[in-house]
Structures are given as structure tokens and as C-alpha cells.
Design a protein around this ligand. Structure first.
Ligand code: TYM
Length: 345
């Protein structure tokens, strides 16, 4: 879609245990995009209370994600890093989107079904409406590109549906105000690379996740070198040597996952990794993966630990990022209220 200023937006929930999947699927890619685009990276604290309402450590979890962004290499002076709850326009636009989105659309959201589990009657209304808030996060900046892991694909499709319906339903006031192509862009998801879906180290059929009860299932960004090494050594594998071609990874989910992690960390493709390690036994490949992981993740984890305890610095970054975000969001909301027909004296 042309006519919109190119802008990247993405968010990460401060729900504890930031892990390698968050890093390879999202944060590492955020860092790369800042060379080409203006970027807004958000710690989505309002999303964090949808599943678990009271989290005594929430403030520190927000600081930890902020520290991860900075430690990974995002420059808060050039780009915007902030936490969602400091910009109330997200909640305001989400309400309007609750009136745009259809129940039928929301009922198809697989992540809600997974997170609500069997006891759906007891899930919060916030968990159900979550994707509508996510659409508001993106569209309140009229962002054009959103880097995320594979698991967020459906939410981004919903974001496009919401933008499209808003543009259609309000086509007349939008055209009158000179927004020729529609008011909201149809956001492009940026999903890809060899680690768009990092799997559990204990079970290659399950996604690596913050909430897996087994800490051995994930590498946390805050893990020290011993923990990283131990988790990789204990990672589930199969008995065969690595294949020489990517096709040989079919039906070998654990092998595919470790090769994908190696590729993601080293900035190579799976095919390139296999060109080097094809025919290697897992013992040798795991040793190489331990070295690579410790070398790349070690410094990030150490810097994260240092930064997250510097409350004055982190809180300052978030306050300043929020002020900059608010300017853009408020401009959108002024136009949205007018398009919808709300009266302001
Ligand atoms: P969250 O906090 O669960 O995850 C943050 C980012 O990490 C990615 N990710 C993974 N990528 C690869 N492999 C994995 N195992 C893995 N696990 C997580 C996620 O895809 C995500 O990119 N709904 C979002 C947060 C959000 C958001 C937004 C994102 C709220 N508003 C607006 C983009 C734009 C979420 O829960 O991410």
C-alpha cells in the first residue's frame, strides 16, 4: 500500500521469562530494521494483565523487556521505546475497534482458544478482546510494517480486516477529509527467517514459550553461560546424524529446531548451516551451538541484568519514548474521533 509513511511497530509482553524465541523471532529482527525504518517498539503492559490479572512483579517485568530491547541493540535515542499504558490512545482506539471487529472474527482466534483452555467461561473479557487492542497498538501509529514471530500471524490478519472495515464503513468522511487511500494502512506482517517459530527444547512439536513449566524447555535471555550450555546439552534430539540438505529435516522436528536456532543466531540460512554440519553427530553440533549461543546471548543477558536494575535510566527511557509516541497517537485520535463523528467543543 502506498501513500503511508513507512513505519515499523511491534510489541512484546512483559510476562516474565523472555526467551530465545522472543529474541530470534522478534527482538533480533527489530534491531536489524532500525537501519532502514523509523521504528516504535512497545512493552505491551496492558496485554500482560489479560491472562493473569495481579502480577506483583509487573513493574520489574516491564523494565526487563525494556532492558532487553536496549541490550539487544535498539537505540532509544533514534527510535521510540515505551510502555503501552503510558499512552492512553491505545485503549481508546481499542474501544472503537471493539465496535468494528465482528464476533465471528474474534471467535476464530486460535491463540484465545489455546490460552483460555477448557475453562473458557472463566477467561477474562480482556483476553478475548486482546487482538483488537493489538490492532489498536499498530494502527494508532498507522504503522505499515510489523515484525513478529509466526504465532502472531492470525492477529495481524485480523488487524488488516479491522483496518479495511474501518476504511470501508467510514469511506465517506475519510474521503471528505482527503485521506484518499483509506485512513488506516493495511499493515504488512514481517514474519520469516529460519527462527520464526522456535520450538521447545524438550518437545519439538511445542512452541518455546514463557509459560512452559519446564525451564529446560527454553533458553531465557537472562540465563548465564552454564545454564545455556546445560539446556542445549539436554535438548531432545533423535539418534541420526544431521542431514546435508534441508529436505532431510522433514519429520525431524528437534533437529530442525536446533538447526533453525543455529541459523538464526549466526545470521545464516538452514541450508548454509547444513552445508557445514551435514553428517555431524548431535554431540558435535550441540557443542558448536553452545559456543555460538554463549558468544551471542551472553553479552546481551549480562547487559540486560545491568540495565534492568538501573530504574532511573529505564524509567527515563520509557517516559521519554511515551511522550514521543503520544504525539503521533494523539494526532491519529483527533482524526479518528472526527471521522467517527464524536463531537468535541
Ligand atoms: P509475545 O510477548 O508473546 O512475544 C513477543 C514476540 O516474540 C515472538 N515469539 C516467538 N517467535 C519465535 N518463536 C517462538 N517460540 C516465539 N514466541 C514468541 C512473538 O511472535 C512476538 O513477535 N501479541 C503479542 C504482543 C503484541 C504485539 C502488538 C506485537 C501486542 N501488540 C502489536 C506486534 C504488534 C505477543 O503476545 O507477543
Amino acid at each position: 500500500m502506498t501513500g503511508f509513511k513507512e513505519l515499523v511497530f511491534s510489541g512484546v509482553q512483559p510476562t516474565g521469562n523472555l526467551h530465545l524465541g522472543n529474541y530470534l523471532g522478534a527482538i533480533k529482527r527489530f534491531v536489524a530494521l532500525q537501519e532502514r525504518y523509523d521504528c516504535i517498539y512497545c512493552v505491551v503492559d496492558m496485554h500482560a494483565i489479560t491472562a493473569e490479572l495481579y502480577q506483583p512483579e509487573l513493574k520489574n517485568q516491564i523494565r526487563e523487556v525494556t532492558a532487553a530491547f536496549i541490550a539487544a541493540g535498539i537505540d532509544p535515542a533514534k527510535h521510540i521505546i515505551f510502555n503501552q499504558s503510558q499512552v492512553s490512545a491505545h485503549a481508546e482506539l481499542a474501544w472503537i475497534f471493539n465496535c468494528v471487529a465482528r464476533l465471528g472474527w474474534m471467535n476464530r482466534m486460535t491463540q484465545f482458544k489455546e490460552k483460555a483452555g477448557r475453562d473458557r467461561e472463566n477467561a477474562s473479557l480482556g483476553l478475548y478482546a486482546y487482538p483488537s487492542l493489538m490492532a489498536a497498538d499498530i494502527l494508532v501509529y498507522r504503522a505499515t510494517h510489523v515484525p513478529v514471530g509466526e504465532d502472531q500471524k492470525q492477529h495481524l490478519e485480523l488487524t488488516r480486516d479491522i483496518a479495511q472495515k474501518f476504511n470501508n464503513d467510514f469511506a465517506a468522511p475519510i474521503a471528505e477529509r482527503g485521506f484518499g487511500e483509506g485512513f488506516f494502512p493495511l499493515t504488512e506482517p514481517l514474519i520469516g527467517g529460519p527462527a520464526a517459530r522456535v520450538m521447545s527444547l524438550r518437545d519439538g512439536s511445542k512452541k518455546m514459550s514463557k509459560s512452559d513449566p519446564s525451564d529446560l524447555s527454553r533458553i531465557n535471555l537472562i540465563d548465564d553461560r552454564d545454564a545455556i550450555a546445560q539446556k542445549i546439552r539436554k535438548a531432545k534430539t533423535d539418534p541420526d546424524a544431521l542431514p546435508t540438505e534441508e529436505a532431510g529435516l522433514a519429520n525431524r522436528p528437534e533437529a530442525e529446531n536446533l538447526v533453525g536456532i543455529y541459523a538464526g543466531l549466526s545470521g545464516r540460512t538452514k541450508a548454509e548451516v547444513l552445508a557445514q554440519y551435514g553428517n555431524a553427530q548431535f554431540s558435535a553440533f550441540k557443542a558448536a551451538l553452545v559456543d555460538l549461543s554463549v558468544e551471542t546471548l551472553g553479552p546481551i543477558g549480562a547487559e540486560m541484568k545491568r540495565l534492568k536494575d538501573d530504574h532511573a535510566y529505564i524509567d527515563g527511557v520509557l517516559a521519554e519514548g511515551s511522550a514521543r509516541a503520544r504525539v503521533i497517537a494523539d494526532e491519529t485520535m483527533t482524526a479518528v474521533r472526527d471521522i467517527v463523528g464524536f463531537l468535541r467543543g
